[in-house]
Ligand binder design. Structure first.
Ligand code: GLA
Length: 717
């Protein structure tokens, strides 16, 4: 009996491997990747390997120990630590030793490994969690910190993940920009020292840079070859990635909440759970790495990731604040005529004392403006539904304009200094979500609307301001908790909404792409990548986000921002979740017809565009052209989008080589999204080719004209 118990204990704690190999090895594997930890003779945990999967189990024994896995401040390491704790006696040291590890399968093809570490001098425990998604080759990791000291312990640093990478050269791609100029990809070599990518904006946190990166080893990142690591943090607030190359050219990547102004006083037994860091390691370049992320997101992370998406007509650019009931009802007719699933009413429908007639007032007062909408939202839902169109609504519930009744009543709910002049971003302030009363109020906005108008079928949830004037009257002497507790408060609200209204689709918007992280996307079916809807700009923006996010998570609308042809605008928007934000009736009939036709094509081709595999064929960063294709999972259908942007005079134009097809199968090429009655000018149109030919030789798709586009449907014969 004792023997059985002992075996069970050894298996459960992983100590079995100690016996087998003489050294404790903890192997976290997907189908293509291995992350291996070992426990040294000194009891400390080391990261021994990260890379392409090792084929022979016995080779694990031969791996060198590597570098300490979760480096602590105060001991002998000379570079950036993952954790920095000050104990209640003022001692700033931490030395973590391996205690145990467990492994379980919460779902088929997912293995969850937990490694427990402990300080032997102070009662502090750190647990490292790893979820390995085997088929998608994604590893998701986070940390939990807890202690049993008598008084609170202060956490100065608390990383979600520390990874060691070893290579001759490192190339980092970051995604940065500004409002209407999101996710510009720039790649730089990493040499000795530190490179930090972070934000301290609090909310709308990704306005200048996004919480994801591409790390290429040896060579610059390529689409279809080479080792790359793509990583992202699921945190809707301040994040920080630190890349540090040491004196031996080893790279450590520390990812987590930005500890800037965020020391956290942790009470005894309280658990500090860090956000999740999610990464994939690909030996076939960033194309495969992106497909790993897309598959994983649809299956495990994005809200309703495996479900359908609605096409829509939005009224933001079509009307801005200038609308009333009649104008909206006329737009419902346009939506019906266009053939979209839903109408989305944007900003400007609420507040009475200070009606929301511009962005200067009204935020916080979530009641319909009576003179604009005398019969309320209920009437609008009814009118839209009568036309076979669903009704969606814009809200920005975490914010307040100082010119509002909410501000007049509840200044204590606002993040602001009680004793200083206020500084505004877009004329507004952020509500203090660290305060449970405010969380309740924000939940109540959605709850009241859905209770009163159960016909509301969708929300666009906006967040237009970073946190300015950082002070919470609720947190009192714990001001340094605000950045962290504010985000946790937001999650409490979203969790409550998800529990009560699990089926309501929502768009995550933040003045464009100011919020684009995978934790928020647990609660949102899609996000708004940018307020910039000029299609040329969108080719770049969508290219950038596609590195991490699947097409079905990205809303793309046809608007009148760009002056290109309607066809060009439609073709760009159709690469993602298609929508419109334009006065349809003001378009030429031929263009309206083209839009209607494109919506039908989109609906028919959703299995490839929204559920399929993305292949980025020609980068707009490298050429004056761009092409991407989506291939359905069984490879019987593909859709290719090709764009001439601003070609140079007399360019040498090469055929575009396709990817992701079956070499032996034969495919018909048909150009779609054409104006009624016009013929395709592509030579390949109507012809049948083998998949092998299309992938090795390719077909001519580009021209030297400016802003010309083609959408090609490719069908197995
Ligand atoms: C933000 C959004 C826009 C629109 C406006 C409304 O800027 O990104 O799409 O909803 O707010 O004020």
């Amino acid at each position: 009996m004792k023997k059985i118990l002992l075996i069970c204990l050894l298996v459960c704690t992983g100590a079995w491997q100690i016996q087998a190999s003489g050294e404790k090895a903890i192997r976290i594997s997907t189908d293509q990747t291995d992350l291996v930890f070992k426990v040294g003779n000194n009891g400390r945990l080391y990261q021994s390997y990260l890379g392409s999967k090792l084929l022979n189990e016995s080779d694990i024994d031969q791996l060198p120990a590597g570098k300490e896995a979760y480096i602590t401040h105060g001991m002998e390491d000379y570079f950036e630590p993952a954790i920095h704790v000050v104990h209640n006696d003022g001692n700033p040291s931490l030395l973590l030793k391996y205690v145990s590890h467990t492994s379980a399968n919460p779902q088929p093809d997912v293995t969850e490994t937990t490694i427990t570490l402990k300080d032997e001098v102070y009662p502090v425990v750190v647990k490292l969690y790893f979820d390995a998604f085997e088929k998608e080759n994604i590893i998701k990791t986070h940390t939990e910190i807890t202690h049993q000291e008598k008084k609170p312990v202060t956490l100065f640093k608390y990383a979600s993940s520390l990874l060691h990478v070893n290579s001759d050269k490192y190339w980092l791609t970051e995604f940065s920009g500004d409002w209407a100029h999101e996710v510009n990809m720039s790649e730089t070599p990493l040499n000795f020292g530190k490179k930090i990518v972070d934000t301290k904006l609090g909310s709308r946190a990704d306005m200048f840079c996004s919480p994801f990166f591409i790390l290429a080893l040896d060579k610059q990142a390529q689409e279809n070859q080479g080792d790359v690591l793509l990583g992202t943090l699921g945190w809707t607030g301040n994040f920080r990635f630190t890349f540090e190359v040491d004196q031996q050219n080893g790279l450590r990547i520390i990812s987590g909440i930005n500890p800037y102004a965020s020391e956290y006083r942790l009470d005894p037994k309280e658990i500090f759970r860090t956000p999740e860091f999610i990464f994939t390691y690909s030996t076939e370049g960033k194309g495969q790495a992106s497909r790993n992320f897309h598959d994983w997101a649809r299956k495990y992370q994005l809200k309703d990731g495996m479900k359908d998406r609605m096409t829509l007509l939005n009224n933001w650019e079509a009307t801005y604040f200038d609308f009333n009931e009649d104008k909206l009802v006329a737009l419902f007719d346009e939506a019906r005529h266009l053939g979209v699933d839903m109408f989305l009413l944007d900003d400007g429908w609420f507040a009475n004392k200070y009606p929301r007639s511009s962005d200067h007032q009204g935020l916080g007062d979530w009641e319909e403006t009576k003179d604009k909408l005398p019969n309320g939202i209920g009437k609008l839902v009814k009118e839209a539904n009568a036309r076979g169109v669903k009704f969606g609504l814009w809200i920005e519930p975490e914010m307040v304009n100082p010119k509002s009744e909410l501000y007049e009543k509840h200044r204590d709910w606002v993040i602001r200094f009680p004793n200083r002049e206020e500084y505004y971003f877009r004329n507004q302030l952020v509500l203090d979500l660290s305060n449970p009363e405010v969380q309740e109020y924000v939940f109540g906005i959605v709850d009241n609307l859905l209770t009163k108008y159960p016909g509301i079928a969708y929300f666009k949830w906006d967040c237009n301001s970073p946190i300015t004037n950082i002070y919470s009257s609720y947190l009192k002497d714990k001001q340094s908790h605000l950045y962290v507790d504010h985000v946790r408060g937001l999650y409490n609200v979203l969790e409550k909404i998800a529990a009560k209204y699990p089926d309501i689709p929502m768009m995550l918007c933040s003045g464009g792409g100011g919020r684009t992280d995978y934790e928020a996307l647990k609660y949102f079916t899609e996000f708004w990548p940018s307020d910039n809807t000029d299609p040329v700009e969108r080719i770049f923006i969508q290219w950038g986000y596609s590195q991490f996010f699947p097409s079905k998570s990205m809303a793309a609308h046809v608007t009148s921002w760009g002056k290109q042809s309607v066809k060009f605008r439609v073709d760009v928007a159709m690469m993602c979740k298609l929508g419109f934000d334009i006065r349809v009736n003001e378009m030429k009939e031929a263009d309206q017809q083209l839009c209607r036709n494109a919506i039908q094509n989109f609906n028919r081709l959703k299995p490839a565009i929204l559920e399929g595999d993305l292949y980025r064929l020609v980068s707009p960063y490298e050429k004056q052209h761009s092409a991407v294709m989506y291939t359905s999972k069984n490879k019987d259908k593909a859709v290719l989008f090709a764009f001439d942007i601003h070609p140079r005079y007399s360019e040498n134009l090469r055929p575009v080589r396709l990817q992701g097809l079956k070499p032996a199968a034969r495919y018909k090429i048909e150009e779609i999204n054409l104006h009624q009655g016009s013929q395709s000018r592509l030579n390949a149109n109507g012809k049948v080719y083998s998949g092998d030919y299309l992938m090795k030789v390719g077909i001519p798709l580009f021209s030297s004209s400016h802003t010309v586009s083609h959408v090609i449907e490719i069908t197995e014969q």
